[in-house]
Design a protein around this ligand. Structure first.
Ligand code: TEU
Ligand code: CA
Length: 544
């Protein structure tokens, strides 16, 4: 078990993300809940993870599945009660697992009581909790667009002003320039710390210091001042793990966010690698093939760039991304092999790995007609693009590949009805492949994707080099193979990944000819011709 009294305990941790709505339903309403998470703690313990990042569980009208919060200090009743939450913290802790809450500090729901007050009048003490600008009903303050389509400004006749929203209109942006807002948020965080929460994921934290007059959304000039104050007032009271979601973070900023002095956060969740398979300058819907050389160059830059002066988050999946095995692997013939290969690639690196629910089973994307989609981003984009004249079939191709709903189908626990997720029809369709892709079958099969993840997690605990080693890319020019070494003074690791469904020639470097194979996704590692999606990890101690 990790020793959480050590400042940097999270450097050796592996974190598992739970999207509560789709994890486990226990009361037969078709929606996952907190008792469902408690029920599955033993599964997570078997997997070996150290923390659960829980997507938002707070009171919410669920316009954006909980990323629109109407009360930060109450549990969404469909998920359960505060007692359920306290029990979850206690039961998780008993299994060596920390609970990590998702903090949405950039915006609230429009149903938050602060916002009800704020829109009553300009004199209301809560008015300045949000970002308002003057304008006339037909002329917004400027042409900024919201992340989920349409203008970023919404007019409120009662006050004769527009409020600013970087996401849906039901998600008004908080005004971080108001010290009262910041104090309210800090007190709220202290409330959850008191309940035994051991970490926080900070939603779109790079967007809190927006300056709409200058059309600035991410990376506003006051961002790092705000982060340092936030950290001082809350996280620095203990050894919390904190991870900031920052689509706009470059390396230089990531060094600030994850500075070793702990003045801001533990690490940053940045997405540069996740944008490589889209057309440059366009949106995620505008698909392009992945160039492996570009991916490798990107990973190398982050691995080297934060070594010794910051800390990486390692991930390929989350609740906003399509399933990685369908994206960069092969979700047909080589589903298991490619899922394991991708896991090897990411878990071999330096940083804290994140596993998104179902990734450890090699869960795949789903194909749904537009009427069955739930995600507002997907639905809005569909209507926008069709209205702009795009071919609906092309739009659906983008949705099949990239919709956030790919990640949000119910967790596949068994081959029973509704995949063991619920006794009734779930809120989102179950992927039909649950009959073969499910946890129960994989727990019984030592060769499964599940057990492969379990071994990867165990290796990180057993060999400090996974946490400490530096990073050196080999075969940089290959479009088929990703090969790298990790090195400390006394040991080295070699990680070899075949990204294709074809055999590939590869001569293992001389230093590793007699090295020990720690893991391979085939029964024995091949010596010179890698099999489709073959992945290997070798280890050797350096001679004194
Ligand atoms: O996501 C931030 C964000 O910018 C996303 O809207 C992202 O651009 C999109 O999902 C890519 O497909 C965070 C949360 O992770 C997301 O679930 C929320 O919807 C969003 O913030 C608003 O809170
Ligand atoms: Ca339920």
């Amino acid at each position: 078990m990790l020793d959480r009294t050590k400042p940097n305990w999270w450097k050796s941790a592996v974190i598992y993300q739970v999207y509560p709505k789709s994890f486990q339903d226990t009361n037969g309403d078709g929606v996952g809940d907190l008792p469902g998470v408690i029920q599955r703690l033993d599964y997570l313990k078997e997997l070996g993870v150290d923390g659960i990042w829980l997507s938002p569980i707070y009171a919410s009208p669920q316009v954006d599945n909980g990323y629109d919060i109407s009360d930060y200090q109450a549990i969404y009743p469909v998920f359960g009660t505060m007692e359920n939450f306290e029990e979850l913290v206690k039961e998780a802790k008993a299994r060596g697992i920390s609970i990590i809450l998702d903090l949405v500090l950039n915006h609230t729901s429009d149903q938050h009581r602060w916002f009800w007050e704020a829109k009553k009048s300009r004199e209301n003490p809560y008015h300045d909790y949000y970002v308002w600008r003057d304008g006339t009903p037909d002329c917004p303050p400027n042409d900024m667009m919201s992340g989920f389509g349409g203008s970023a400004w919404e007019y409120v006749p009662e006050v004769g002003q527009y409020y600013f929203h970087q996401f849906a209109p039901e998600q008004p942006d908080l005004n971080w320039d108001n010290p009262k807002v910041r104090r309210e948020l800090y007190d709220m965080i202290l409330f959850w710390m008191d309940k035994g929460v051991e970490g926080f994921r900070l939603d779109v934290i790079d967007q809190i210091a927006k300056e709409p007059d200058a059309k600035i959304t991410a990376n506003g000039p006051k961002l790092h001042d705000y982060l340092r104050e936030l950290s001082r007032e809350t996280f620095q009271k203990g050894y919390y793990v904190t991870v900031g979601e920052a689509w706009g973070a470059d390396l230089e900023r990531a060094r600030l966010y994850s500075a070793p002095d702990g003045s801001e956060l533990s690490m940053v969740f940045q997405f540069e690698h996740m944008g490589l398979d889209q057309q440059p300058g366009k949106e995620k819907w505008d698909l392009a093939p992945l160039s492996l050389t570009k991916l490798k160059a990107c990973m190398e830059r982050w691995q080297k760039g934060l070594h010794g002066c910051g800390w990486n988050s390692l991930f390929l999946d989350n609740h906003d991304l399509p399933r990685i095995v369908s994206r960069w692997g092969n979700d047909g013939e080589y589903r298991a092999e490619s899922a394991k290969m991708l896991a090897t690639m990411i878990h071999g690196m330096q940083g804290t790995p994140y596993i998104y629910q179902g990734e450890e089973l090699g869960m795949t994307n789903i194909k749904l007609p537009i009427e069955e989609h739930e995600d507002l981003e997907t639905i809005n984009m569909y209507h926008e693009r069709v209205a702009e004249g795009y071919d609906p079939e092309d739009v659906m191709r983008s949705i099949d590949a990239r919709s956030r709903d790919n990640a949000r189908t119910p967790m596949q626990w068994s081959d029973g009805e509704y995949a063991g997720f619920s006794a009734v029809k779930p809120w989102m369709p179950v992927n039909p492949n649950y009959l073969t892709v499910n946890a129960e079958a994989q727990q019984k099969d030592p060769q499964s994707v599940f057990h492969y993840y379990r071994r990867l997690i165990a290796l990180r605990k057993e060999y400090p080099i996974f946490v400490e080693g530096d990073f050196c890319l080999l075969e940089a020019e290959s479009e088929q193979l990703m090969v790298y070494t990790r090195n400390t003074d006394d040991a080295s690791l070699l990680v070899v990944c075949n990204f294709t469904g074809e055999p590939q020639n590869f001569a293992r470097p001389a230093d590793f000819q007699t090295a020990e194979c720690l893991l391979c996704n085939y029964e024995t590692p091949s010596a010179d011709t890698l099999r489709p999606y073959e992945a290997q990890i070798f280890y050797c101690q350096k001679k004194a």
